[in-house]
Design a protein around this ligand. Structure first.
Ligand SMILES: C[S@@+](CC[C@H](N)C(=O)[O-])C[C@H]1O[C@@H](n2cnc3c(N)ncnc32)[C@H](O)[C@@H]1O
Length: 313
């Protein structure tokens, strides 16, 4: 059980941290990040967290995290793009002697948190305001869609980690898998056709925002290119979507991913409209993808890239 402390850096009225766009609420710090910052997105972040806990067999992480956080008096953990903050809160509970800091564009996190957990507002694209070597462990999950210069992001992580410190990067692919095969763009009318069209449109919008949609598959190469890490380990998360898996563990993962996507599809409406699609086009994209999600004629799944590495001593 946590002991709770109040976080005081944001007052009761936090409306200045948010703006409205096409009937959803967004962060007010970085207008280029076009996923909402509201209750549904918090719910989605929590579903994603629960799903990853199943993938990690009940844990909040993979890799030598305990080793990175043992010894020493003051260990520090940074969660980049913390979203609902649930990962940071769980880590603060698990490591009560470590200080856990979550940063995000929007104050979506709860006010009551463990005493060793804090949240800060920060646009990572403008730099992360902590000294060199300050952190022992840095976690960045599902954030590449908000980072235009991912190599610079990795340089900033390198700067912030102490020698021997650990980074854990987790990024889902943006190309869906239909009946076991990655499908960049399937013909409409076939199983998963509308699903893959939806994802293709999403990738196109991100590209227009100068986001490199190939980052998830290239995490290992990009970390290697920094020349600053050793023991780079890649793991693959094969994530079913929906209720088709037979074994109970995969079924739990599939159900959670299905619930996540059920919220994700309408969350992209503002982004699609912002990029000039008409209301009719957006409606048809979302209802088509919903058809494939609610009445699947093919087995949908997705792939998550999980990479951890230690900064060279
Ligand atoms: C898809 S959510 C993932 C949340 C959480 N990491 C998780 O795995 O559930 C991405 C989060 O990253 C944050 N984010 C995106 N770009 C960012 C940036 N440039 N600086 C800070 N946070 C950012 C968003 O506000 C959002 O809360």
């Amino acid at each position: 059980m946590s002991q709770f402390a109040e976080v005081s850096f944001i007052g009761e009225d936090d409306s200045e941290y948010f703006r409205r766009l096409f009937d959803r609420t967004f962060n007010n710090l970085n207008p280029r990040y076009l996923l909402p910052a509201d209750e549904d997105e918090v719910k989605r972040s929590e579903l994603h967290h629960r799903m990853m806990q199943f993938v990690f067999q009940g844990n909040n992480y993979v890799g030598p995290v305990k080793e990175a956080l043992q010894f020493g008096q003051h260990r520090r953990v940074l969660d980049l793009g913390t979203g609902s903050g649930i990962w940071a809160i769980n880590m603060a509970d698990e490591f009560p002697r470590a200080e856990v800091i979550g940063i995000d564009l929007a104050p979506l996190q709860p006010r009551s948190v463990p005493p060793n957990c804090t949240f800060e507002l920060c646009d990572i694209e403008s730099g992360i305001p902590y000294p060199d070597g300050y952190f022992d462990f840095i976690h960045a999950r599902s954030i590449h869609t908000g980072i235009r210069d991912y190599p610079q992001f990795l340089r900033e992580i390198t700067r912030l980690l102490r020698p021997g410190g650990l980074v854990l990067l987790i990024e889902p692919d943006l190309t869906p898998i239909v009946d076991g095969k990655p499908v960049a763009l399937a013909p409409a009318g076939l199983g998963g056709g509308d699903w893959s069209t939806f994802w293709e449109t999403y990738r196109n919008c991100l590209r227009r925002q100068d986001i490199d949609t190939t980052v998830p598959q290239r995490l290992t190469d990009m970390l290697t290119t920094t020349g600053a890490f050793e023991n780079i380990v890649k793991r693959d998360g094969n994530i079913p979507v929906g209720f088709w898996p037979k074994d109970p563990l995969s079924l739990s993962v599939g159900q959670l991913q299905w619930l996540d996507y059920d919220l994700f599809l309408p969350a992209l409406r503002p982004m699609f409209l912002f990029h000039g699609l008409t209301e009719n086009q957006v409606r048809s994209l979302i209802t088509g993808a919903q058809r494939d999600l609610y009445h699947p004629v093919a087995e949908l799944s997705t792939h998550v890239n999980i990479v951890h590495a230690s900064k060279l001593l």
